[in-house]
Design a protein around this ligand. Structure first.
Ligand SMILES: Cc1cc2nc3c(=O)[nH]c(=O)nc-3n(C[C@H](O)[C@H](O)[C@H](O)COP(=O)(O)O)c2cc1C
Length: 183
């Protein structure tokens, strides 16, 4: 179990989750917790129930060191005590009426995992944009030995946050009035 053994209710979890780019305690993430977190990813909905997202979970210290030595690692990427990688196909075949839902499938899995890790007392961040510039995704794929037909769409570095999440200022969110219409 991570930083806290918390019986957070679901809405506390959704309100506690934030993109954590700070320092983690120097403690590994136990495999049993990684399994719970990635199970939440597997449980996510997916277009046509194709379950297209695949996952690589990195808790090997040597591989973690290699990830952290990637060029221009940002603060979020260099501190993780474990990393969850979400892989999608490079060539995305249509699964329904000419559409494919690989990115949506992946996003649903990522959010489920972020909520799960928050509920377990960990913190992490959705790394996506950073990965898709300067061939970082390819560099990471080489480090972890990802299958050649897959690309790493999202990485979640995680660990026990050195700072209590409730003390971290949250980024402002637009109000309900600005974004929601009840009709
Ligand atoms: C599609 C997507 C891509 C993202 N890519 C990155 C990224 O590359 N690096 C990063 O530090 N945060 C990334 N984030 C996290 C966002 O910056 C963050 O969710 C946003 O600023 C809102 O903050 P919050 O997560 O604390 O609510 C990404 C989030 C999403 C949903």
């Amino acid at each position: 179990m991570g930083g806290q053994e918390n019986g957070m209710d679901f809405f506390e979890v959704t309100r506690s989750r934030l993109s954590y780019r700070g320092r983690f305690l120097d403690q590994p993430v136990p495999r049993e917790d990684l399994i719970k977190i990635v199970q939440a990813g597997l449980d996510a909905p997916s277009g046509k129930n194709m379950q297209t997202t695949e996952f690589m979970v990195v808790d090997n210290r040597e591989i973690i060191k290699e990830i952290q030595a990637m060029p221009e690692g940002n603060k979020a990427m260099t501190g993780g005590k474990a990393y969850i990688l979400c892989l999608v196909d490079k060539e995305k075949e249509a699964s329904y009426e000419g559409m494919n839902f690989q990115l949506e499938d992946c996003a649903a899995a990522v959010e489920n995992m972020l909520l799960a890790l928050t509920a377990l007392g960990y913190a992490g961040v959705w790394i996506d944009g950073w990965l898709h510039v300067q061939k970082r995704g390819e560099i990471l794929a080489k480090i972890v030995g990802a299958p050649s037909n897959k690309m790493i769409q999202v990485v979640i570095p995680l660990g026990i946050p050195a700072k209590e999440l409730s003390t971290i200022p949250r980024v402002p969110k637009k109000s309900m009035e600005e974004r929601v219409t009840f009709i």
